[in-house]
Design a protein around this ligand. Structure first.
Ligand SMILES: Nc1ncnc2c1ncn2[C@@H]1O[C@H](COP(=O)(O)OP(=O)(O)OP(=O)(O)O)[C@@H](O)[C@H]1O
Length: 207
């Protein structure tokens, strides 16, 4: 599903990733772990096509990132993103936040996904009228709505307590069961209970 070959990255003169090569197979739940500053977010941003690596090659679902013609459609249709801060729009309802991200022919999925995530009854509420854990479930629903092949999550539970974190990991694990590939970068070692694979980074290298 994802093949990274000799990925390196520099911010200015500082090298933060060193010649990383690995594969992520379809249906894996990969935990990118490592201490603060080890390069997790940088690597996740590269894998999710948001950041161009300084060197190296990345194949996603058989396509070479960098040569993809319509990258916006590629991201919208194949990739779901979840971030620590959910970036929901406060002026739109839960339903509308998800509808905004949904491809036209996927809008019919919204209520089903809200139901599966246990937040259907919140669909008319606004983000500031629900809890942090519920907001992160909305962000997850938004990531799932286009039935992406891959979900990338950067510290998805960074602002949640342990119980809500477990709910989010459980929902990601459910997505994996139905065939989605999931890549999560986090400090939270609890993810090891859900992940099928772990890559541990230290100073920009795989341990
Ligand atoms: N935009 C940037 N410009 C310059 N240096 C950066 C930038 N982003 C990250 N860095 C540096 O790159 C290194 C790796 O950072 P990165 O955010 O990838 O690590 P991380 O493992 O995700 O850390 P954390 O867990 O604290 O989020 C760090 O030394 C950081 O200071």
């Amino acid at each position: 599903m994802i093949k990274a070959s000799n990925i390196s990255h520099f911010y200015g003169a500082e090298q933060v990733l060193f010649d990383l090569s690995f594969e992520i197979k379809s249906g894996e739940f990969l935990f990118l772990s490592g201490e603060s500053g080890s390069g997790k977010s940088t690597l996740l941003s590269i894998l999710s096509t948001l950041l161009k690596p300084s060197n190296g090659k990345l194949l996603i679902d058989g396509e070479g990132v960098g040569t993809i013609k319509n990258i916006d459609y590629f991201r919208q249709s194949k990739i779901g993103f979840v971030f620590q801060f959910h970036y929901l729009i406060n002026y739109l309802s839960v339903y509308e936040n998800i509808a905004l991200a949904a491809l036209e022919d996927k809008k019919q999925n919204i209520n089903k996904i809200l139901g599966e995530l246990g937040i259907l009854e919140l669909s008319e509420r606004y983000p500031n009228e629900i809890s942090g854990g519920q907001r992160q479930r909305v962000a997850l629903a938004r990531a799932l709505v286009n039935e992406p092949k891959i979900i990338f999550a950067d510290e998805p539970t960074g602002s949640l307590d342990s119980k809500n974190s477990q709910i989010v990991y459980g929902l990601l694990a459910e997505a994996v069961k139905s065939g989605t590939t999931v890549v999560v970068a986090s400090h939270d070692m609890q993810i090891e209970n859900y992940a099928t694979h772990t890559i541990r980074l230290k100073d920009g290298q795989i341990l």
